[in-house]
Every structure is written in structure tokens, then in C-alpha cells.
Design a protein around this ligand. Structure first.
Ligand code: ADP
Ligand code: MG
Length: 707
């Protein structure tokens, strides 16, 4: 019979060891938890008393007051108390048990589709009954469907606190979860709770202690501001958020310390870098100079550099990478540059060859499309040290690739590589107990809010200045009905000597469908623009073919390039000043920004036309407005984060290691800096607590194993 458990009394024999830490008290020692329940609870991640304490309600019901039946409103969770008038089985569309309850102010029906004979008999006329639930309009006026209830003669006293509703899974009832939380809180009241963050470190924040916060969250009082508890703006929630963030920062610090304990070769070769810079037709921007300076300082240390370069598309990251590579090569070490796609890797290859050929440096190439003979030669050169620099894709991880003296690894767009792959490459460079330095480039700006968390284990540099003379891209959003006008615009631009991209997007991830859509558009536009040389690239083409077609566009032979999103990264044709994106409403902000970055790379004014299908969803409208209003990648990243929330934002970037349980990086941004301070103080003054905190929040710290 459904009836909330009351007056829980933790089994003293089983839970009475005050010395035990809450993460050492197995859930099987709770009253009412046998092996089968334990198994189900494990699916919720509940293994210990501590897990129960931190399994928080997602809403509350008010069972502290009785509502008169005459005052019932549909869809409002309430408690009513009355007397059973009748309980009858009725045969309508479905057989059901109808129980009528009255309290003098009105009458209401409880309806059960699943019921037992015993249950029917028990709900006899005249019995006192208390019902919990949400009434809904039904055949007999307001009805409660399958409500929880208790029957008399004696009904227990009403709840004093609000009733928590917990996230759950099949086979685990709210009743059980409430019961467990009750037992856990009882334990908490009887045992000094394990405050892992000393009071003195929290005083400034004005946040409550841990026990107080947990009790408030599990059992708030009827006059507590439930809204604040639920939306995470109550000090009780903030207290837990703070602790989780502190734990996270400690994890980062530990990971960093592990890294820094390794040794790496000191690289100090300025000669080649100086020659490269002299040979350039332009001056480095101030930001490029600063970042190159930071990298040089890192490379001179005897511990591995772990630096992330963030810079918007077109900010000149590749050149910074080349300068770093030359420092390593100048010191007699090899360098590997790895990019996630062959197209992007090839762009780097071309850039590097262009810059380094005058210095007499060969750039080797290793990717899936490289033929057997060339591959053999490259492998031999890398193994005997004759090859100083190799650019490539995942092919660089293969077992057959052996370096003689790898000193620096450069990774473009790191989030697209798995941790294992990065580690594999680093291992290739391990010798004499040293590991190579590592430089990562990303054109996906990480909002400041997240950077501390996502990349807390890396040093970061930001190239926050564009090469001079760049004009901001003018962006317009147009309904698909204006396509003809857009085609005319392409014609005019190309006639005047410019080049254009036409990007076909599809929501489907399938290369095949994307390719077909692009082919259809290609045929269309070739017909509509007979005077133009039109070229097509998509993901289903062989690398070599793609390369040839891209080359025809880069040389200016082709004026219009129809492409799928394969051109998202790395393509650099400064004469291309117009980009059209079809179905722009389907793309996320990050991708729109990446794609748009293919134009605006020369001195001429560039344009981006976003074609969209109507009707636009609310967020699609917002996205297009953001694109129209700004071209600053960091602003766009912040907006993206706001629109999607950190979970999804991070998910699509596969940074993965960042699943917070309670903290919400956007909502709780203000706590980030204080959490960092607390983490540092804790590490300095209470190092013995660090381990426990990590275990409490990071489930064994496995998220940080990827050093
Ligand atoms: P990113 O990789 O950051 O998107 P790139 O390194 O590809 O940017 O640089 C974009 C373009 O700008 C390239 O053509 C590059 O040669 C050029 N470039 C880089 N630095 C400068 C500079 N300081 N002044 C002028 N042009 C530059
Ligand atoms: Mg680049």
C-alpha cells in the first residue's frame, strides 16, 4: 500500500560508527536496502551514505498543509484529508477503481487503473484517508489518478518540512529515496559532518556550513524560498557549488603538478625563427609577438610546455606555430604538427612549405592519402633524424611512426583529438625520461567563464588582435525566397574580380546526403551562372581530387566554390570576399563563425549572406542576430554558451571531462574566482584534505587521469 514512510530510525547497530566517513558507509547498511535495492540504487550512482547526501531533489511538494476539497485547483500538488464515501469498480473504456472522498467542503474522485481486491476492500466507506497528488479534470470532475494515500483510523501528523522529489530510475521509488535521505540526514545530525573546507576559508563568502546546506536542500521548511533552492540561487546550493568548483580546481592543479614534474628538453634556437621573421612581407602583430615570447620562455624550461593558443580565425596562429617549430628545430629537435582533417593539415603543409622552403627546410607529409613509397621515405627520415618537421593527420599516431628526437608537438583544434591519441603522440617523443613540449591551437574561443575550468591545466595565450587592414565582415540574414537576388550578387562580385563560397549545409550528419545536396546546388548554379567557372568540393571526394579542386579555386581559375561544411577549417583564399550559407538556421553559432572565417582574410571588404528557411525558431533567430551583430569570436562563444548551456556547449566540443554535478558554469560564474582562491589556500594549508575532496566530487579523480 502506498504510504510515505515516517519516523525513520536508522538502525543503530548498522550505522552507529561515528568514526566512519560518509563515503565509507555503504548503502547496504541503510535500513530497508537489500542487495536488489542496492543494485538499483547503484544505477543512480548511489553507493554510499555520502552519495545519498549529495543526491539532491529537483523539486519539492508541500505536504505540510491540508487543502479543502472545495478549494482544489487542477494540476496543483496538494494534500487533502477526508472520508471514503464509496469505492466501486466501474467498467468504462478501461476497468477502474473509483474511490469517492469527501471532507465537508466538497467531493473528489480517486481513480486507479491498477488495483487489487484487497485495496478495494480496504477503501471501505467511512474510513479516514489522506491523499497526496495533483488533481486533473476527468470524467467525474477533478480526479486524482493513482495518488499516494494513507488511511486511518489514525493518520500520522503532517510533514513539517517540504517533501523532496528526487531524480530516479526504474524500480527506485520516491518513497525509498526519501527514506534514505531521511536516514542520511539523521546520521548527519548525529555525527559532526565532514567539513572539508575549513570555516576560515569560507567566511568571506558568507555561505552556510555543509550540514546546514544539505539539510536545507533535502528538507526545506514551508516558508523557505523554494524558487531559489530550485534555480540554484539559494546560499545552500551555492555552498555545494563552491565545494564542487574547489574540488574541480584542485583536480586541475593536481593534473598540472603531475605534468610539470615531468622533464622536457630545453629548446633554445633563435636563429631560424629570426630568419623566418625577416623573410615575411609583413610585421607580426603585437599579440603574435607577445605569444611567441611566451612560447619561447616555456621552451627554455626543463619541464614540458603545455600551452593553448586561442585566436580567432585569421588571427595568425599558424605563423606563431611556425615560429615555435623553428625554435625547436633550431635547437636540433624534431617537430610534429597534427591537424584533425586532411584538408586542414594540408593547409598547414602549404603554409609551412611556403615559409620554410627559403630557409632550406623540408616539410614532410604524413596522411592517409600518402602513397606507400612516399610514406616509407618519410618514416625513414623521421626515424634517422633527417626529417626535422612533419605535418599530418591521425596517421602520425601509427605504430610505424618513430621519431629520432621529437621535441615539440603542435596540435591544431585539440578538442577533435581524443586524449589517447594525444598521449600516443607524446609517448613517441619520450626518451631519456623526457617528454616533448606541447602547443595546442584552437580557433574555437572558450568563453572566459569556462576557460578556467576547461583548460585550467594548461597555460593559455590569446591572440586578441587581427593583422592590420582587416575589415569586419558585413553579414546579412535573408529568407530563402531571396535566393535569386543572392545569385545575382554572386555574379556581380565575381565579375568584379572577387571570388565566392557557396556553402550547402544539411542537418544530416551523413557525408553522402551532404555530397548529393552540394552536387545538386552545383548543377543549379552552373546553369544560373554560365559565365563563371564553378568548382565543387565535398567530403566524399578522394583527398587528391579535393586538393586539385581547391587548388583551382585558390589560384583564381575557379571563381565560385560550392562546398559542404568540409571547408569549415583551414581554407585560406584572401581573394574570396563573399560567402553564402544555405540553411544557415540549422547551424550552431560556433560552426557559423568558423565558416564565415573563410572570408575577410584579405584587405577587401567581405560579405556573408545567411540564407534561412522560415519559420525560424526562437533560438535560430537569436543565432542569426548574433552573427549579424558581431564578428568577435569570443563574444560569439559567450552568446553560444548562453543559448545552449554549458552541458551541451561542452558536449559538442568533446571536452568531456567537465561534467559538473551541481555547479552550472554560467549561473555560478561569480563563484569561479573565489573557488580558485579557496583551492589554492586549501592546497597550501590543508593538503591532507585534498584527496577526500577530489574523491567526493570527482568520483575517484578518473577525469584527471589524462595527463
Ligand atoms: P589562423 O590560423 O589564426 O586562422 P592564419 O595563421 O591562417 O590564421 O593567418 C591568416 C592569414 O593572415 C594568412 O594568410 C597569414 O599569412 C596572414 N598573416 C598572419 N599574420 C599576419 C600579420 N601579422 N600581418 C599580416 N598578415 C598576417
Ligand atoms: Mg589556421
Amino acid at each position: 500500500m502506498p504510504c510515505p514512510a515516517r519516523g525513520w530510525r536508522p538502525d543503530r547497530r548498522r550505522m552507529s560508527e561515528p568514526a566512519a566517513a560518509p563515503d565509507r558507509i555503504a548503502i547496504t547498511r541503510f535500513k530497508g536496502v537489500g542487495p536488489r535495492a542496492a543494485e538499483r540504487l547503484a544505477r543512480l550512482g548511489l553507493h554510499t551514505l555520502e552519495d545519498v547526501l549529495f543526491h539532491l531533489p529537483f523539486r519539492y511538494e508541500d505536504r505540510t498543509r491540508i487543502t479543502p476539497i472545495g478549494a482544489l485547483r487542477p494540476e496543483q500538488g496538494v494534500v487533502i484529508e477526508g472520508e471514503v464515501l464509496a469505492a466501486d469498480v466501474v467498467f468504462g473504456k478501461r476497468r477502474s477503481l473509483l474511490c469517492k472522498v469527501a471532507d465537508g467542503t466538497g467531493m473528489v474522485v480517486l481513480r486507479f487503473y491498477h488495483f487489487s481486491a484487497a485495496q478495494k476492500n480496504y477503501l471501505e466507506k467511512g474510513r479516514a484517508i489522506r491523499v497526496y497528488g495533483e488533481p486533473r479534470p476527468g470524467a467525474a470532475g477533478l480526479e486524482f489518478y493513482h495518488p499516494e494515500y494513507q488511511t486511518g483510523p489514525d493518520l500520522p501528523p503532517l510533514e513539517k518540512a517540504l517533501t523532496p522529489v528526487y531524480p530516479t530510475t526504474d524500480g527506485v521509488s520516491q518513497k525509498l529515496l526519501r527514506n534514505l535521505a531521511g536516514q542520511a540526514l539523521q546520521w548527519l545530525r548525529g555525527n559532526a559532518p565532514e567539513e572539508l573546507i575549513p570555516r576560515e576559508l569560507l567566511d568571506q563568502s558568507g555561505l552556510p556550513g555543509l550540514a546546514e546546506a544539505l539539510i536545507k536542500l533535502h528538507h526545506p521548511q514551508p516558508d523557505d524560498p523554494v524558487d531559489l533552492l530550485l534555480d540554484g540561487n539559494h546560499p545552500a546550493v551555492k555552498r555545494l557549488v563552491m565545494e564542487e568548483m574547489v574540488a574541480h580546481q584542485l583536480g586541475m592543479l593536481a593534473k598540472r603538478a603531475g605534468q610539470k614534474a615531468l622533464s622536457a628538453p630545453r629548446l633554445d634556437g633563435d636563429r631560424l625563427t629570426a630568419r623566418l621573421l625577416e623573410s615575411l612581407p609583413f610585421q607580426l602583430t603585437g599579440a603574435q609577438q607577445r605569444v611567441i615570447g611566451e612560447i619561447r620562455a616555456d621552451l627554455r624550461r626543463e619541464h614540458p610546455m603545455l600551452r593553448l593558443i586561442q585566436g580567432d580565425v585569421g588571427s595568425g596562429k599558424t605563423l606563431v606555430a611556425a615560429a615555435a617549430a623553428l625554435v625547436a628545430m633550431g635547437a636540433g629537435y624534431q617537430v610534429a604538427l597534427m591537424a584533425p582533417t586532411e584538408l586542414l593539415a594540408e593547409q598547414h603543409l602549404n603554409n609551412f612549405r611556403h615559409w620554410l622552403a627559403p630557409l632550406g627546410i623540408d616539410v614532410h607529409w604524413l596522411a592517409g592519402s600518402v602513397g606507400a613509397k612516399a610514406r616509407r621515405e618519410t618514416l625513414a627520415a623521421l626515424a634517422d633524424g633527417g626529417g626535422a618537421l612533419v605535418v599530418g593527420t591521425h596517421a602520425l599516431f601509427q605504430d610505424a611512426v618513430v621519431f629520432q628526437r621529437l621535441g615539440l608537438i603542435i596540435i591544431d583544434e585539440q578538442h577533435r583529438f581524443g586524449v589517447q591519441q594525444r598521449l600516443a603522440l607524446r609517448e613517441k617523443g619520450r626518451f631519456d625520461n623526457q617528454v616533448p613540449h606541447q602547443l595546442t591551437l584552437t580557433a574555437t574561443p572558450i568563453p572566459r567563464t569556462l576557460a578556467m575550468s576547461v583548460y585550467g591545466d594548461l597555460d593559455t595565450s590569446v591572440i586578441d588582435e587581427m593583422p592590420p587592414g582587416r575589415k569586419p565582415i558585413q553579414t546579412l540574414a535573408l529568407p530563402a525566397g531571396r535566393r535569386d537576388a543572392v545569385v545575382e550578387r554572386v555574379r556581380a562580385a565575381c565579375r568584379d574580380g572577387a571570388q565566392a563560397y557557396w556553402v550547402c549545409t544539411l542537418i544530416e550528419e551523413s557525408d553522402e546526403l551532404q555530397a548529393r545536396a552540394a552536387e545538386a546546388t552545383f548543377e543549379d548554379l552552373r546553369e544560373a551562372l554560365p559565365d563563371l567557372t564553378v568548382e565543387l568540393v565535398h567530403g566524399r571526394m578522394k583527398a587528391k581530387e579535393k586538393q586539385e579542386r581547391m587548388a583551382r579555386f585558390a589560384s583564381g581559375e575557379a571563381r565560385l566554390l560550392i562546398a559542404t561544411t568540409v571547408i569549415e577549417v583551414g581554407v585560406d583564399v584572401p581573394n574570396a570576399t563573399l560567402m553564402v550559407m544555405e540553411n544557415a538556421e540549422r547551424l550552431g553559432l560556433a560552426q557559423l563563425h568558423q565558416l564565415r572565417g573563410r572570408v575577410g582574410r584579405g584587405g577587401d571588404q567581405s560579405f556573408c549572406l545567411l540564407l534561412y528557411d522560415t519559420p525560424l525558431s526562437h533560438t535560430a533567430k537569436k543565432r542569426l542576430a548574433v552573427m549579424r551583430d558581431t564578428s568577435d569570436g569570443f563574444v560569439i562563444a559567450e552568446e553560444d554558451l548562453k543559448l545552449r548551456g554549458p552541458g551541451e556547449w561542452l558536449g559538442t566540443r568533446q571536452t568531456g571531462d567537465l561534467a559538473f554535478r551541481i555547479a552550472d558554469l554560467v549561473r555560478d560564474e561569480a563563484l569561479m574566482a573565489p573557488a580558485r582562491e579557496v583551492a589554492a589556500a586549501l592546497l597550501a594549508r590543508y593538503p591532507q584534505r585534498v584527496d577526500r575532496l577530489l574523491r567526493r566530487w570527482l568520483r575517484g579523480g578518473e577525469h584527471f587521469a589524462d595527463v
